[in-house]
Design a protein around this ligand. Structure first.
Ligand code: AMP
Length: 150
């Protein structure tokens, strides 16, 4: 079997993605791979300066980015342990598009994500991000389901 050298794990700070992260970390340790931890600031196009003046939108965007950065730092502190070969990445956009795009930019050979996210059970088997990544990614995708998810 081919070894994985770069694993991208997509986190939305939900229980489901925390669980997927544990699997991604275990795989990165096993294969001595680099772990890229990606969070996408979910940003619908209509929010980009359409309803609010440009200047207040920029301020809002800056605060959202700062908040996401703090969440990511705290997530890494709590979850990464002694594993050093990792990088975190925060980008704005549509989660499924960015997960696929950033995985390709990073040269990842595996994408890991939870089956559901913060939005809860909006689809029967998969949440919408998970479903779209599985359907559209040309890279292997590992989805990890939390025990208590139905
Ligand atoms: P969903 O399909 O939205 O219920 O989420 C399924 C999984 O996709 C989550 O457990 C995360 O692994 C990933 N995901 C969802 N939204 C994001 C996001 N904004 N940034 C990074 N990963 C995400």
């Amino acid at each position: 079997m081919k070894d994985f050298s770069t694993i991208l794990v997509a986190v939305d700070f939900s229980d489901s993605s925390d669980n997927a992260f544990q699997m991604a970390l275990a795989l990165a340790e096993k294969f001595s791979a680099q772990l890229i931890i990606l969070h996408v600031i979910n940003e619908p196009i209509d929010l980009r300066g359409f309803y609010v003046p440009h200047i207040s939108f920029e301020k809002l965007e800056e605060e959202i980015e700062q908040g996401a950065k703090k969440l990511m730092e705290s997530f890494c502190r709590q979850h990464i342990g002694a594993f050093e070969n990792h990088e975190s990445l925060i980008v704005p956009g549509l989660p499924y598009e960015e997960i696929i795009k950033q995985a390709s930019i990073c040269g990842a050979d595996l994408i890991v994500l939870g089956t559901h996210g913060r939005a809860g059970l909006d689809h029967v088997l998969f949440g919408s991000t998970a479903e779209k990544v599985v359907r559209k990614s040309s890279l292997p995708v590992l989805t990890v389901r939390l025990e208590e998810e139905t």
